[in-house]
Ligand binder design. Structure first.
Ligand code: ANZ
Ligand code: ZN
Length: 872
């Protein structure tokens, strides 16, 4: 048979699927819906290998579920608003809209070339007026419901991008995109009241049992619930209107160890002292630094004494000095704390610097009260309270309760001295951005009426196209006419809000829009509720916090406003690993120049890999393996791979080489291997077809040699591959298919000269199943094979095969092999295999041999027919 030619076959089948509308999904009550979604791409201009991996995984699952009889929704769209379009406009004088849609066209073509089974009729971009106008409607509905507020708040200001950044977008005090040092500014901001849902967002995490645990932990920490006490400290003398300071503490049990009070630079009491130039300077200096937790944790703990004291609440006659400190935030708790240096690291650093007492009050279990000391490391572990009078001997939790009860009964200024309070780190989500390329916030500011929502009937508020980017700042603000409108309430002169929404808003509900992408309303609830939640959402772990949390908020807010009827948008979540590649450098050290894999040649010299420039032969250093990135030039262009090897080969390689949650290393050898496998499948089908062509001369006898053995392998693969795909263990599905192809190849040889009817039938069954099993991964090849085998219709429409249970009685088992408790591979051995055989197989596994480095293992634990653990 001729070699399989992906260049001819792939476009042909892509056209067949398109013409046959294979992936267009209609509402259909007879089939259970299944919604697969990969995080939609930002239209940067070109797809990269990370996209190929992400979308291939989703596609395999979608195609498999379709074959399983589910009504599968697998859509694609574009997260199309955002700064890069404006930067391109400034640099290349191209309009953001033109730039964005040109990129979308290019990337759509690329995605189609990898053969994704997408319902393209549902495609949209978030910058389509049709989409963002519905988002404006949602904003107005949220506003009516009290889910949006406008408040003056301190924001992180990026002076280069001239826009507000969320705390998470400030990395080490710098803007995540511009790298500029972030400033603090007070601005009027529109904010979604995410914090109203803090408890619910936290509790519901427990119901998301198809989410990775690590993502749930990250969300839990982000929400940051803490239960504590609000506690009043009476000033020894009244200062202006202030008679007391209220602090928030989660460790009231340490009150006997208190040695100072610290308030935020933005605390009203600090403000009241700003007449003092030293205090004013300290406040100004503190404000220059960001409020991101990271920044604060790293910064030195600095403060200034206010001259004020408070009465110690449990030590009659004693007082505590009051400081203004840079590590106390105004927007958490009460903006004031009591410091207990022995049991809090920040307080300890502060106390050492300002020479304040360090009084341990929690004694670690087993420590000696007479000698226990805190030096440079605060002790925040468990133990019993001591040096604390009536709390002595209590465990921390019991002491917290006792001290809370104590303060509940006392008063300061006629108020209870202590009040139990729950706090969340989760903030409201400020969404105002001073940019052009975003969804306009549908509000009009009137001098008489204040902020007036744009009436629903006046939607959409369309972005003007005639804008210029010749000066910094927001082009909407500079536009000569766009913002000048009549007030909807009093008809007087008014101006539009010129801020646009954070692009995270756009991605917080797109999954719902896909269920009715062209509806006049944001969703059609009846339809949305049949599809949602998304059964399987797939994307990068970099979105583990913000995007997912905001989407969870949006779903609840949309429920409250009648657009949806559920709370959790994503039932299953999977975060895939990255695509990594070796790096190459011409010259060494900081002056080394990164070179692209496409420009080098690798040879084996004395058993060592040596790299050199293809053109000049110059030696190139092979560097570390890293995430593909333009800066290190270690990228491989999907287009090139598709035109050289075909999409199926790229898809197969992406799935075969490592577990999907881990990084996969792109190698030339790997892609070559995938390509060989593709040809191998084609050859096995060809072998069978040759035999059929020549059947008259070859059909002899009634032997059933090898038939049962082959059928057992076939049916085992049929039984296993689907489950592996459903569990997103693609590499294991691939391993099963390899095994099947080996068995078929062996069988094919055995019947080369003479074949019985039974053997012929088994051979046909084997190749047909092989084709069906590879179809989700290598869909084009599968169609060509399916047609060659004389099957009617497309394989994409064929139901998933069902295994014959009677053939599954197993004679071999697959044993997972762990090294020090971590899975490193597996071996296949006969059921009940002898220890010796298992040992031999395990030690010859490449991964194990590599880790042993020639030494014998410390111990080899074999649980017969179950698992092997190698201890080294
Ligand atoms: C006294 C104390 C003693 C504290 C001790 C800790 C250890 P979480 O758990 O994150 O809520 N704190 C309170 N408000 C603050 C603010 N606005 N800025 C900075 N720090 C603040 O942290 C609560 C603890 O963080 C509180 O408990 C308080 O210090 C500090 F051995 O009070 B603690
Ligand atoms: Zn008005």
């Amino acid at each position: 048979t001729e070699r399989y030619n992906p260049r001819v076959e792939e476009p042909r089948w892509q056209k067949a699927w398109e013409d046959g509308k294979s992936f267009e999904v209609k509402h259909d009550d007879s089939r259970k819906p299944y919604y697969v979604l990969e995080m939609f791409p930002y239209p940067s201009g070109r797809i990269h290998m990370g996209h190929v991996r992400n979308y291939t995984m989703g596609d395999v699952l979608a195609r498999y579920m379709r074959a399983m009889g589910r009504n599968v929704l697998h859509p694609m769209g574009w997260d199309a608003f955002g700064l890069p379009a404006e930067n391109a406009a400034m640099q290349n004088k191209v309009h953001p809209k033109a730039w964005t849609y040109a990129n979308i066209a290019a990337m759509r073509k690329q995605l189609k070339s990898i053969g994704l089974g997408i319902d393209w009729s549902r495609e949209f971009a978030t910058c389509d007026v049709e989409y963002y106008s519905k988002q404006q409607k949602l904003f107005l509905d949220f506003l009516r419901e009290g889910l949006v507020t406008r408040k003056k708040s301190k924001v992180n200001w990026d002076p280069v991008d001239m826009t507000v950044l969320a705390n998470e977008q400030v990395v080490d005090g710098r803007g995540w995109r511009s790298g500029a040092i972030v400033e603090q500014r007070e601005l009027n901001q529109w904010a979604f009241k995410v914090s109203d849902f803090a408890e619910e967002l936290l509790e519901a995490l427990d119901t998301l049992d198809h989410w990775p645990e690590k993502v749930r932990v990250m969300q839990r920490n982000w929400i940051g619930k803490s239960e504590g006490l609000r506690l009043l400290f009476e000033l020894t003398e009244q200062w202006q209107k202030f008679t007391s300071i209220e602090v928030f503490t989660t460790r009231p049990d340490t009150i006997f160890g208190a040695s100072f009070i610290a308030i935020s630079a933005d605390h009203p009491l600090a403000q009241s002292l700003a007449d003092n130039p030293e205090v004013a300077a300290f406040i100004a200096e503190t404000r220059r630094h960001g409020t991101a937790t990271e920044t604060i944790d790293k910064a030195e703990k600095l403060g200034i004494f206010t001259g004020l004291h408070v009465k110690h609440p449990v030590k009659p006659g004693a007082t505590l000095p009051v400081y203004i400190a840079n590590f106390v935030l105004m927007d958490y708790g009460t903006g004031a704390i009591f410091g207990c240096p022995a049991h809090d690291q920040r307080d300890l650093d502060f106390a050492r610097r300002y020479d304040l007492p360090v009084l341990p009050v929690v004694l670690p279990d087993g420590a000696d009260a007479a000698t226990f000391e805190v030096d440079s490391e605060a002790y925040n572990g468990p133990g019993r309270i001591y040096h604390s009078e009536f709390l002595d001997g209590l465990e921390i939790d019991a002491a917290k309760k006792a001290i809370a009860a104590h303060f509940a009964e006392r008063t300061v200024d006629n108020l209870p001295q202590g009040k139990v309070e729950v706090n969340y780190r989760l903030r409201d989500w400020g969404v105002s951005r001073q940019r052009y390329w975003g969804c306009p916030i549908p509000v009009i500011h009137c001098e008489n009426c204040g902020a007036v929502p744009v009436p629903d009937k006046d939607l959409p508020v369309v972005l003007p196209e005639d804008v210029s980017f010749d000066r910094p700042g927001n082009p909407l603000d500079h536009h000569p006419s766009w913002k000048h409108v009549a007030c909807p309430k009093c008809a007087g002169p008014a101006t539009r809000e010129t801020d646009t929404m954070d692009t995270f808003v756009d991605s917080s509900w797109y999954f719902a829009r896909f269920t009715a992408p062209h509806a006049d309303t944001p969703t059609i609830p009846g339809i949305a509720n049949t599809w949602l939640p998304v059964d399987q959402y797939i994307g990068g772990v970099e979105h583990a916090i913000l995007h997912l949390l905001y989407s969870r908020f949006f779903t609840r807010a949309m429920k409250q406003t009648g657009h949806l009827n559920l709370s959790e948008p994503f039932k299953g979540l999977f975060t895939q690993g990255m695509v990594v590649h070796e790096t190459y450098q011409l010259g060494t050290g900081p002056n080394g120049e990164w070179v692209s894999p496409a420009d080098i040649r690798i040879e084996q010299v004395d058993g060592e890999r040596r790299a050199s420039m293809r053109q000049t032969g110059e030696a190139v250093a092979i560097g570390s393996i890293e995430k593909m990135s333009k800066s290190k030039k270690n990228v491989v262009d999907p287009d090139e791979i598709v035109s050289t090897y075909g999409a199926d080969t790229a898809r197969w390689f992406m799935l075969s080489d490592s577990p999907p949650e881990r990084d996969v290393q792109w190698t030339e050898a790997g892609i070559e291997g995938a390509s060989r496998f593709l040809q191998r499948v084609w050859k096995l089908v060809g072998d069978f077809l040759d035999l059929e062509d020549d059947i008259a001369s070859r059909l002899k006898g009634d032997s059933d040699a090898g038939v049962l053995e082959l059928r057992k392998v076939v049916h085992r693969a049929v039984a296993n591959v689907g489950g592996e795909i459903e569990g997103l263990r693609f590499n294991r599905a691939v391993a099963q298919i390899y095994e099947l192809s080996n068995a078929i190849a062996k069988f094919s040889q055995s019947v080369a000269s003479s074949v019985s009817r039974a053997q012929r039938d088994a051979f046909r069954e084997a190749v047909e199943r092989l084709v069906q099993l590879v179809a989700p991964m290598m869909p084009h090849l599968a169609e060509t094979c399916w047609a060659a085998l004389g099957k009617t219709g497309l394989v994409v429409d064929a139901p998933w095969p069902v295994a014959d249970q009677s053939l599954l009685v197993d004679s071999t088992v697959v044993l997972p092999v762990q090294v020090n408790g971590k899975r490193r591979g597996e071996i296949t051995v006969p059921v009940g295999a002898a220890k010796e055989l298992v040992e031999k197989e395990v030690l010859s596994l490449e991964a194990v041999a590599r880790m042993l480095e020639g030494k014998p293992p410390k111990k080899l634990v074999i649980v017969p027919d179950r698992i092997v653990n190698v201890v080294i």
